[in-house]
Design a binder for this molecule. Structure first.
Ligand SMILES: Cc1ncc(COP(=O)(O)O)c(C=O)c1O
Length: 272
């Protein structure tokens, strides 16, 4: 009998993409719809980026690229992390993927074992629990509602941690709520995380530049956190490059090596 794998049967289809498709169909019928599903910026890719891409095509940058990304691109990401986030990373601690989405999936697949728990503050981006389930892990939801500005408190985090907890997925600025954790709030969470060995933080910072509240802060800045943090970011939202599929992660080298191994089998081919 035709039967998909158990792994795939555990997975729900992307609700975001389903909503987006539905709104497209309704628009095609002439219905006035405001589509709040896919995070698509309301401006276009800046001209200097388009010009650089045209030049790159003319210069035949069209062959297999190195699995973790071109060294000069990774170097540019290292510079960005230094300049904008005051974080020191080396080129070997950076990996480029086909969008931040692949980075999140890489990190979850690289670290989460069957039966591991992953804390996901709710409301959350719908892909997180699905990726955790794909890896054989269990999402543990922590309700952070309207009354607390959709932000998880250190007390809530502490209460959710068990001996099986492997990862916290923290999205700030948040999709879907737009909430931004302040420096002090992140410090509070870091103080809890630091107490637990083998607990990692996947810091999804893809909305770093879509922030109407205050300065963006990274949880990786606090003492002892860089060793446990996987920062995920990319160009989709900041530079309106959603279709270009370029995202990156910054993490300890052993995690980057793991994700590189995974990516080497999934996507890119050539190691240069
Ligand atoms: C919270 C969050 N993380 C990651 C992504 C993926 O971004 P990318 O286009 O770089 O794959 C999105 C896209 O909507 C998002 O909302």
């Amino acid at each position: 009998m035709a039967q998909l794998s158990d792994r795939l049967n555990r997975l729900s289809p992307s609700a975001t993409l389903a909503m987006s498709q539905k709104s497209g169909e309704m628009k095609a019928q002439g219905i006035d719809v405001i589509n709040l599903s896919v995070g698509e910026p309301d401006f276009n890719t800046p001209d200097h980026i388009k010009d650089a891409a045209k030049k790159a095509v003319d210069e035949n940058y069209s062959r297999y690229s190195p699995v973790p990304g071109y060294v000069d691109l990774r170097k540019a990401i290292v510079d960005k992390l230094q300049k904008e986030n005051n974080l020191e990373y080396s080129v070997n601690e950076v990996l480029v993927s086909n969008g931040a989405k692949q980075c999140v999936c890489n990190a979850v697949m690289a670290l989460v074992n069957n039966g591991d728990e992953v804390i996901v503050p709710a409301p959350y981006w719908v892909s997180y629990p699905q990726m955790v389930k794909l890896a054989g892990g269990t999402p543990v939801y922590v309700n952070a509602g309207f009354d607390q500005n959709f932000k998880m408190t250190p007390q809530q985090l502490e209460a959710a941690i068990t001996p099986k907890t492997k990862m916290l997925i923290l999205c700030s600025p948040s999709n879907p709520t737009g909430s931004v954790y302040s420096r002090a709030e992140l410090q509070g969470l870091a103080d809890v995380i630091r107490k637990h060995d083998d607990l990692y933080v996947l810091a999804d910072e893809i909305y770093e530049h879509i922030n109407y509240v205050g300065k963006h802060e990274s949880i990786a800045q606090f003492e002892g956190m860089k060793e446990r943090c996987i920062i995920v970011n990319g160009v989709s939202k900041a530079y309106a490059m959603t279709g270009w599929r370029i995202g990156y992660m910054a993490a300890p080298e052993w995690i980057i090596k793991g994700c590189n191994k995974l990516q080497g089998q999934y996507t890119s081919v050539h190691a240069r």
